[in-house]
Design a protein around this ligand. Structure first.
Ligand SMILES: Cc1cc2nc3c(=O)[nH]c(=O)nc-3n(C[C@H](O)[C@H](O)[C@H](O)COP(=O)(O)OP(=O)(O)OC[C@H]3O[C@@H](n4cnc5c(N)ncnc54)[C@H](O)[C@@H]3O)c2cc1C
Ligand SMILES: NC(=O)c1ccc[n+]([C@@H]2O[C@H](COP(=O)([O-])OP(=O)(O)OC[C@H]3O[C@@H](n4cnc5c(N)ncnc54)[C@H](OP(=O)(O)O)[C@@H]3O)[C@@H](O)[C@H]2O)c1
Ligand code: SF4
Ligand code: SF4
Length: 562
């Protein structure tokens, strides 16, 4: 079996286009692509050319000879997929569509608000048109959204997508306005007046609440904040995370929700500090993780193993982690019921259930059919325990298994409760907002002619990095339609007046050279410690480093002012 997709797949499908024998599926446009947790290579057809590995921005596809022991299950996963979906037609896919060309002459200016994956994929798609220039704004002085501040530090291969992003940002016609918050430094009306189109790709900055008593106690945190904390998000560095023995004598953390974010948090909490030391985890959180008393992380899934929201590749990664125990607890559900059916997730969980536990290692407990019912305060007013109720499954009218409380509860001592029950979008100033979904209502990305959305603010907080590529393409298609039909009025001013207005409001804005200076400095500091980068987490320091890109005199001036 020559090449294999491994767990770090981000589903952007660059490999599919590169493959000369069309043996990577599901491909864009095929059933299942949009929902695919990973893509699969047909061993029988792969000619081992390596083109996919070169094309993959996340180093997710490798020759089978280089698979580690923990990655071996991917061989079977790839083979099993083709037993069910043979995809017999091996004609190379004509996925390189004829490039759409604008009917009107231009030039056209587009503002993209949010430099996460959706924003950068949208910019890339727009820059395929020489008539279009793109200004990308982000409220932080650093780009890449959740790739920098969400993807777990022990998933460095996934963060390699940054190489693709750095190619996108280096294209002619691309400009960064980093450290510029739309709604604060510049308004929606000012952008729409100066650009032909504004594309919002602001993600989903908040989180869902649990709505149980005690959820707001100190020591009860959202995974959204916790993830930002360990990843060095400047807004999250003062988060009150206490992992030491005095604050958490139980040695236990409870995480609610069993999606991939819950698994990320559990792994980071249970990880050997020596492993974390070789990542880009932020320095303050790293010190707290080194001083951690945590021995057990309990992940509560309200439904059963078959309904778990985490993906198979992530479970394979966890199962192959030899530095920790993974315990599967299905409560009263007998194994023949809990792991019934032939789905891969159930099979893997069933295998994990039978593994012996090494008391010398930290343990992640995947506990199913369990929901928190109340958070209990200790004498100091902080979280001391969580009451956990048992559930059973009951099919709703649509045949979907739902969790129903049995009435049995149990108290779990813990000093830290994390709710990883999903992210949630926040309203965007001057745009309509659907509070139920946390998104901006849109028609395939169009809010109205001239205003568009892509990524999590468009479709809600689900999907992988690469999912935002096809999502952004759909949005840009609507934008090009509106340019073609003349539905968008001509803006005032030119590109220079735009920059002047924004610089007047935010003189410390960071451009591409400034970001490259921050990036280089972080890598330099990291290299000295054998790490990919040592993140700068203070915004003022980021601005000081960015200013060095404008020459020593500018840097001296800025130092004098601060
Ligand atoms: C914890 C976590 C881990 C993940 N790990 C993986 C993984 O390993 N692999 C994978 O494939 N996918 C992963 N994902 C999913 C992936 O990160 C998302 O699909 C993707 O980041 C969503 O892209 P986005 O551009 O819509 O939003 P974001 O990445 O959130 O980017 C939004 C950007 O908008 C900026 N912004 C917000 N408001 C404003 C404003 N008013 N003005 C200017 N800028 C603004 C923000 O600063 C941010 O940079 C993970 C998600 C999470 C939450
Ligand atoms: N490595 C990766 O590829 C990676 C890493 C991180 C994130 N991501 C992606 O980013 C997206 C967001 O991930 P996520 O983990 O935040 O969301 P998610 O996948 O939607 O998972 C949310 C979890 O919370 C549970 N939940 C919701 N409300 C609850 C409540 N009131 N009580 C108890 N449990 C509740 C859900 O259970 P129900 O199913 O019962 O509703 C589900 O298990 C996902 O698409 C994910 O795949 C990918
Ligand atoms: S990350 Fe993208 S290019 Fe790499 S294997 Fe997955 S779909 Fe293919
Ligand atoms: S190695 Fe070549 S033939 Fe095999 S999957 Fe990759 S691109 Fe296709």
């Amino acid at each position: 079996m020559p090449h294999v997709v491994t767990q770090s797949c981000c589903s952007d499908a660059s490999c599919v286009v590169a493959c000369p024998v069309n043996c990577i599926h599901p491909a864009p446009g095929e059933p299942g692509f949009a929902e695919a947790e990973m893509l699969y290579v047909d061993a029988a057809s792969c000619v081992d050319c390596g083109a996919c590995a070169t094309a993959c921005p996340a180093d997710a596809i490798v020759p089978h000879t280089t698979l580690t022991e923990a990655q071996q299950p991917f061989l079977a996963l790839n083979a099993e997929y083709f037993q069910v979906f043979p995809h017999r037609d091996r004609t190379p896919l004509a996925l390189v569509h004829e490039q759409r060309r604008l009917k009107r002459k231009g030039p056209f200016r587009v503002a993209v608000v949010g430099a996460g994956p959706a924003g950068l994929y949208a910019a890339d798609e727009l820059l395929k048109h020489p008539e279009i220039t793109v200004d990308v704004f982000d409220r932080l002085p650093t780009p890449y959204g959740l790739v920098r501040a969400g993807v777990a530090p022990d998933h460095q291969h996934t963060k390699q997508i940054e190489r693709l992003f750095s190619q996108i940002e280096s294209q002619p016609g691309f400009r960064y306005f980093l450290g510029v918050e739309v709604g604060k430094h510049v308004s929606h009306a000012e952008l729409t007046a100066r650009y032909h189109a504004v594309v919002y790709t602001v993600g989903a900055a908040s989180d869902k609440a649990l709505g149980i008593p005690g959820d707001d106690l100190p020591g009860s945190l959202s995974a959204t904040d916790f993830v930002g904390w360990y990843n060095g998000h400047p807004d999250k560095q003062t988060l009150d995370v206490r992992l030491d023995a005095a604050s958490n004598p139980s040695g236990r953390v409870v995480i609610v929700g069993n999606g991939n974010v819950a698994l990320d948090c559990a792994r980071v909490l249970a990880e050997d500090p020596d492993v974390l030391a070789r990542t880009d985890v932020a320095d303050g959180p790293y010190a707290a993780l080194c001083d951690s008393n945590v021995r057990e992380v309990v992940v509560l899934g309200r439904r059963g193993p078959a309904e778990a929201a985490f993906t198979v590749p992530e479970l394979v990664g966890l199962a192959g982690h030899d530095g920790l125990n993974v315990v599967v607890d299905t409560g009263d559900l007998p194994p023949e019921v809990a792991f019934a059916g032939d789905d891969v997730k159930g099979r893997l969980l069933g295998e994990l259930r039978d593994r012996p536990v090494d008391p010398a290692k930290r343990t992640i407990v995947l506990r199913f059919l369990a929901s928190p019912t109340a958070v209990v305060a200790g004498e100091d007013g902080r979280v001391a325990a969580v009451d956990v109720g048992r559930n059973r499954l009951q099919l709703d009218e649509g045949g979907v298994p739902r969790a129903v409380p049995t009435g049995e509860t149990e108290r779990l001592d813990t000093g830290l409760l994390l709710r990883a029950v999903g992210y949630k979008g926040v309203p965007v100033a001057d745009l309509p907002y659907d509070a139920a979904t946390g998104t901006v209502p849109n028609d395939r990305g169009r809010v109205l002619p001239g205003v568009y959305v892509a990524g999590w603010v468009k479709r809600g907080p689900t999907g992988f990095i690469g999912t935002n590529k096809s999502d952004a393409e759909e949005t840009v298609d609507r934008l090009l339609d509106d340019l073609d039909t003349g539905a968008i009025p001509e803006p005032v001013g030119d590109a220079q007046t735009v920059a002047a207005v924004i610089r007047g409001r935010q003189p410390a804005l960071v451009d591409l050279a400034g970001w490259q200076a921050i990036d280089a400095e972080e890598r330099r500091r990291g290299a000295a410690a054998g790490r990919p980068r040592a993140k700068i987490v203070d915004v003022d320091e980021m601005h000081r480093v960015a200013a060095t890109a404008r020459g020593p005199r500018y840097a001296r001036l800025r130092r004098g002012r601060s």
